[in-house]
Design a protein around this ligand. Structure first.
Ligand SMILES: Cc1cc2nc3c(=O)[nH]c(=O)nc-3n(C[C@H](O)[C@H](O)[C@H](O)COP(=O)(O)OP(=O)(O)OC[C@H]3O[C@@H](n4cnc5c(N)ncnc54)[C@H](O)[C@@H]3O)c2cc1C
Length: 148
């Protein structure tokens, strides 16, 4: 809820995929992209973005800001585990890049993890690089009861 003097940013039109990089198994998107659209985009290419909170029409920026989980978190982890890099805008307009596309990113302070899950009390993210997996093979389960 905005209080007096607060600024509201509507990022819903920043909803594009900026880059799909299958070499690094990552996708870079704008923060207004909806989770359901990202999932559909990668699944159409045989890839898989595991974070899956119940609200599929939530935005990737919102997922990152709330570190969203969902049922798949039991097996795969939460949004934090899939954010490789962020481009954020600080309150003074400075654009800052934290992390990147690579898996190996262990030098310096891990500011990326400080920014994930800040529930809006953070700089605004303007792009996010997320890790992908190959799509899991379809599985089915069947329960058989033996006659006694
Ligand atoms: C029906 C339903 C089911 C849900 N199920 C689950 C679940 O199973 N597991 C789970 O973990 N969560 C669940 N949630 C919570 C859900 O994950 C979050 O509400 C959602 O991720 C927030 O995304 P949003 O686009 O709605 O963000 P908003 O509500 O628009 O924003 C949420 C916060 O993020 C901030 N924010 C948004 N975008 C940015 C940005 N680009 N940069 C910086 N800050 C930003 C906002 O300022 C705000 O503080 C559920 C929610 C609903 C409504």
């Amino acid at each position: 809820m905005p209080l007096e003097g607060d600024i509201i940013l509507d990022l819903s039109r920043m909803d594009r995929v900026l880059e799909l990089d299958e070499d690094t198994m990552s996708v870079t998107v704008e923060p207004g992209m909806l989770l359901q659209d990202l999932q559909a985009y990668v699944e159409a290419r045989g890839l898989f973005y595991p974070p899956d909170p119940g609200e599929k029409a939530s935005s990737i920026g919102g997922n990152i800001s709330t570190n969203a989980g969902g049922m798949r978190a039991v097996k795969y982890g939460v949004t934090r585990d899939y954010v490789r890099g962020l481009e954020v805008v600080l309150a003074d307009g400075t654009v800052m890049q934290v992390g990147g596309k690579q898996v190996k990113d262990a030098s310096g302070l891990s500011l990326k993890h400080l920014l994930i899950g800040l529930e809006g009390s953070s700089p605004s993210s303007q792009s996010a690089c997320c890790a992908l997996f190959p799509s899991p093979r379809p599985r089915s389960a069947c329960l058989c009861r033996m006659p006694t």
